[in-house]
Write a protein that binds this ligand. Structure first.
Ligand SMILES: [Zn+2]
Length: 267
């Protein structure tokens, strides 16, 4: 997990620290990696950055030797397959916790929230969403200002991530309620009253689909990726605020290694 114990406030009680670490068991791009011990440190800079993740812990070896890694560059010119799409079933949800985990702001949903996507008839439950700055996936080699990852888990434990590219926009929008409520120190959480994930999606739901990995250590493969082709807006003021907390948090694009990418039509 991405948080260092030294990042936790010295004013926190032991009980509070343990509770925070329990929340941290919901990994960055992952879903439910148990954090029973202090996790190895990693970051996005220099010696602890993406080029060195595999050197930081034996469990991170896949970050270097994997052949189906994420993110990747996506080609907008590929043919559309209108019959292949996923169902997105999101709705307003209360009691969502915002966690500053030291690498991103992560919104953790209640276990019974009922938000889900259906991929090839398999339901995946939404467990958390979080942000990267700038985007991790690129389209035609072009990044956007941010990327939003909705992380889902199937009953089998398999992960599916729905990614929304975010472009800078002058006006505040529904994401502002999240991005202006962000805890400003690692290990801190804050509860927001109601969140509606539908508001964060673009109107056009064309989807790139491919098989990839977590974009954070341990870079585990076997992740179903759905990247929406069209971006949604994020307010420039919210971007600037987020950047003060996390100046950059994107893993560079990885080799595609011949993996098929499908561009699927809207629901
Ligand atoms: Zn992510």
């Amino acid at each position: 997990m991405p948080v260092r114990r030294k990042d936790l406030s010295p004013m926190m009680t032991r009980r509070g620290a343990l509770a925070a670490l329990a929340l941290l068991s919901v990994a960055g791009c992952g879903g439910s990696v148990a954090a029973t011990t202090s996790p190895p440190h990693w970051d996005y800079d220099s010696a602890d950055g993406p080029e060195h993740w595999a050197d930081l812990d034996r469990g991170f070896a896949t970050c270097r030797i994997g052949h189906a890694q994420s993110p990747i560059d996506l080609d907008s010119a590929i043919e559309l397959h209108p019959s292949e799409h996923i169902e997105i079933d999101y709705h307003p949800t209360s009691s969502v916790s915002l966690l500053n985990n030291g690498h991103t702001i992560q919104a953790v949903l209640p276990a019974d929230s009922g938000n889900r996507i259906v991929v090839d008839r398999t339901p995946f439950t939404l467990t958390q969403f979080h942000f990267h700055l700038p985007s991790e996936h690129t389209v035609d080699s072009t990044e956007t200002a941010m990327e939003l990852h909705f992380v889902h888990t199937a009953a089998s434990g398999r992960l599916a991530v729905l990614a929304v590219l975010l472009h800078a926009d002058p006006e505040p929008n529904s994401l502002s309620r999240i991005l202006t409520a962000t805890p400003n120190r690692s290990g801190l959480t804050r509860t927001v009253a109601t969140v509606d994930p539908r508001e964060y999606l673009p109107s056009d739901l064309d989807q790139f689909r491919y098989q990839g990995s977590l974009t954070t250590p341990p870079c585990t493969e076997g992740v179903e990726w759905i990247v929406l082709r069209h971006p949604a807006p994020v307010a420039i003021a919210d971007l600037d605020n987020y950047r003060t907390l996390f100046p950059h948090s994107n893993r560079p694009t990885q080799p595609r290694n011949g993996r098929p990418v499908v561009l699927a039509g809207p629901n």
